[in-house]
Design a protein around this ligand. Structure first.
Ligand SMILES: Nc1ncnc2c1ncn2[C@@H]1O[C@H](COP(=O)(O)OP(=O)(O)OP(=O)(O)O)[C@@H](O)[C@H]1O
Length: 681
């Protein structure tokens, strides 16, 4: 990081409404000062204050991770393994007595063939998916506790973000949400700037994530986790998909972090020779068991003692991977040899039996495993990693969380919703609808067309919004689950923020549509009636969106959710009586209560013919008083005789509103209690 006296770094926040107040603390010349350009051309100088730097440092005590005899067993549906099996589940061991110790400042590689248990071990050490896990895991001399989550960073293999956000927005929202209250907003923004420099992503800081390169995305992923200055960093295959230059650059970043005292463990596939040698320790797994734990430079020497010699000039990492990917017999030999050699290392006195199974000096290439009862597990900073009872579980309170998430959701929904395509669709359809129902006369023969206008209005937008909610929710849910897994915010803050922020944005296009189509079609000239029809249309949209969210949250599989939505919507339309006037009674009874289209439609039908507008009679097909008086007139409400519109306008609104509340609540509960969408252990 360049010091303040060297240069001021001009940056554009790319983040609207940076509304910082107060003056910057002066005098700490050891920190870089960033000049942030705000909207309107003003600039703001940001640097981490002395207090902020101190608070950030306190977030990151040095931590030694020790794991002893860690095993993990899961129950797999028996039919998945053997279709003829009579059992329901078969036990499968994903990890088998894996032990190790990683110190602050160390960069440790976890390698092994695909499916050997690398991700499972990382998940287990990071305190994720702990069911079926046995053995001991210590952070310094304390056992894992959920409240340590914020000291541990987990960089997932997949780079999961809201890709419409710029790099800086992504980091800023995360910093505001995840850095604790006692850091000022200035300090949080300055921390974002520092991370941008540290991860070398300044040049793409204001680019939407969807447009940046794979390597940059990976660094944003890591940067997002580093904002909270964690002590331990777990990374799952951070170099996958990167070219060798980007991979080396990424490893340099990790090395810098290790030098700062972080404890880093990363799984990695086929690293280059340069990257392989740069690790402090290598843990090699096969079928959930350790087959080597030592310095990477010792790996080839170790395997050579068993007669496995690498050809000259061969990348050692490739050789090691080739070896463990060979047939079962060699893997079994390596597993047995490791067990024996680690015993030799422990006991130091070799029995005849042991000696016969192992090469004479192989154990010297291994790093000894922890014994499981080290009395002096290191606690260099002598800090308590588990917060005291009165400390909040969350970095910031419910309301600030909600406000930040509200703003993020508002920005995102605006970007997704206000596309040229969506405007063209809404306005184009409005004009086409207006032309189809153009300037309907106030006459008896327009009664069916007026009814179908309302039907179209109350089905098109709700259907569109529901499908949109249904399709977008699964991808959003993955991001929310990722953010929540690192203890960022409450689910309730997210849900309230989402509900509040999305509603106005989602309602703009249906409103524009109605303004055009309603007046072109000449529905009812009373402006109050127009507003009431609008209110019903928007409420129907919100009910449908809630139903979409509910299905998206409750059904794990998108295909299932789409099928359920299609069947449900068509059924609701049918039982709503739109196509069949004489429904069987038993169907009509529940259909009447479930079909939300029907409430909006019934109310709007009544609204349309409200106000005593004078209509011309034509032939008496729809209005009784016209039957003997084809040249006469009738008042609009007489048209309702033709329809079975049911309950009053107010009651229709109440039922719709009730549906909105029920569907939203069920969506929240589904989100809360139906978990593990990936189905992974
Ligand atoms: N929920 C689960 N149900 C069934 N099998 C599972 C589950 N979770 C993990 N496994 C299996 O456990 C084994 C270890 O998986 P893991 O993802 O840890 O491997 P890995 O070494 O990270 O693989 P890769 O390098 O391909 O990412 C694999 O065989 C995987 O199929």
């Amino acid at each position: 990081m360049s010091p303040l006296q060297d240069n001021n770094v001009p940056v554009n926040t790319g983040f609207d409404n940076v509304d910082l107040q107060g003056t910057m603390p002066s005098g700490d010349k050891t920190h870089t000062q960033y000049v942030i350009e705000m909207r309107g051309g003003d600039t703001l100088q940001v640097q981490i204050s002395v207090d902020g730097a101190q608070a950030l440092a306190e977030l990151s005590p040095r931590i030694t991770v020790t794991f002893y005899n860690v095993s993990k067993v899961i129950d797999v549906p028996a039919k998945m393994i053997d279709p003829s099996s009579k059992e329901r589940f078969i036990e499968r061991k994903l990890l088998d007595q894996v032990s190790g110790q990683i110190h602050p400042g160390q960069l440790v590689a976890l390698m092994g063939p695909s499916g050997c248990g690398k991700t499972t071990l990382l998940n287990t050490l990071a305190g994720r998916a702990l069911s079926g896990v046995t053995g001991d895991i210590w952070f310094n001399n304390q056992r894992y506790d959920r409240s340590m989550k914020r000291k541990l960073a987990y960089v997932l293999q997949q780079d999961i973000f809201f890709e419409q956000l710029t790099v800086k927005q992504q980091l800023t929202y995360t910093a505001l949400l995840r850095l604790p209250n006692h850091l000022s907003k200035q300090d949080k923004l300055a921390q974002v700037e520092q991370i941008i420099d540290q991860l070398r992503i300044r040049k793409c800081a204001n680019t939407p994530i969807m447009l940046i390169s794979g390597g940059e995305k990976k660094r944003v992923n890591i940067g997002t986790e580093l904002l909270t200055n964690p002590s331990v960093i777990f990374l799952d295959e951070p170099t996958s998909g990167l070219d060798s230059t980007s991979a080396v650059a990424l490893m340099d970043v990790l090395r810098d972090l290790a030098i700062q005292g972080k404890t880093i463990i990363t799984s990695i596939h086929q690293p280059s020779s340069q990257i392989f040698q740069s690790f402090d320790q290598l843990i090699l797994l096969a079928d959930g068991k350790t087959i080597f734990m030592g310095k990477p430079s010792d790996a080839l020497l170790y395997f050579a003692t068993m007669g496995h010699h690498s050809p000259p000039q061969y990348n050692p990492a490739d050789y090691v991977m080739d070896l463990v990917n060979q047939d079962m017999t060699i893997r079994e030999q390596l597993k047995d040899a490791y067990l024996t050699n680690k015993l030799v290392g422990h006991v130091k006195s070799v029995s005849n039996q042991v000696q016969s199974q192992t090469s004479t000096n192989a154990h010297q290439y291994l790093i000894p495993e922890p014994s499981g009862n080290e009395p002096n597990l290191t606690n260099p900073d002598n800090v308590n990693l588990i917060p005291t009872k009165h400390e909040s579980k969350w970095p910031i309170g419910f309301l600030p969380q909600m406000m930040i998430l509200f703003k993020r959701t508002f920005v995102l929904t605006g970007r997704r919703q206000f596309t040229i395509l969506n405007f063209v669709q809404a306005l184009g359809l409005a004009v086409v609808s207006g032309l189809c129902w153009l300037r309907m006369e106030f006459a008896e023969n327009t009664i069916p067309d007026r009814s179908s206008f309302m039907f179209f209005l109350m089905t098109f937008w709700p259907l569109q919004t529901m499908m949109h909610g249904l399709l977008s929710f699964p991808s959003e849910r993955v991001i929310i689950e990722k953010e929540r897994a690192s203890g960022s915010y409450r689910l309730s803050s997210y849900f309230v923020a989402k509900s509040l922020a999305e509603a106005p944005v989602k309602l703009v296009l249906p409103t524009l549509f109605l303004i055009i189509a309603y007046w072109m079609a000449n529905i009812n000239p009373n402006f109050g009636i127009f507003l009431a029809v609008l209110a019903f249309q928007l409420t129907a949209v919100l009910v449908a969106e809630s139903l979409g969210l509910l299905l998206g949250a409750a059904l794990k599989n998108l295909q299932h959710a789409i099928t359920a939505a299609t069947v449900l919507l068509m059924s609701l339309m049918l039982v709503g009586g739109f196509f069949v006037r004489n429904l069987p009674h038993w169907l009509g009874v529940w259909g009447k209560w479930l079909s939300f289209f029907k409430y909006a439609y019934n109310a709007c039908l009544q609204l349309q013919f409200k106000g005593g507008q004078i209509y011309k009679c034509i032939d008496g097909s729809y209005v009784a008083s016209c039957r003997n008086n084809p040249n006469g007139t009738f008042k609009s409400h007489e048209a309702l005789e033709f329809f079975d519109y049911g309950i009053s306008i107010g009651f229709n609104f109440l039922v719709l509103f009730g549906m909105f509340v029920v569907f939203r609540t069920l969506a929240y509960l589904s989100l809360r209690f139906i978990k593990n969408h990936s189905g992974r252990s």
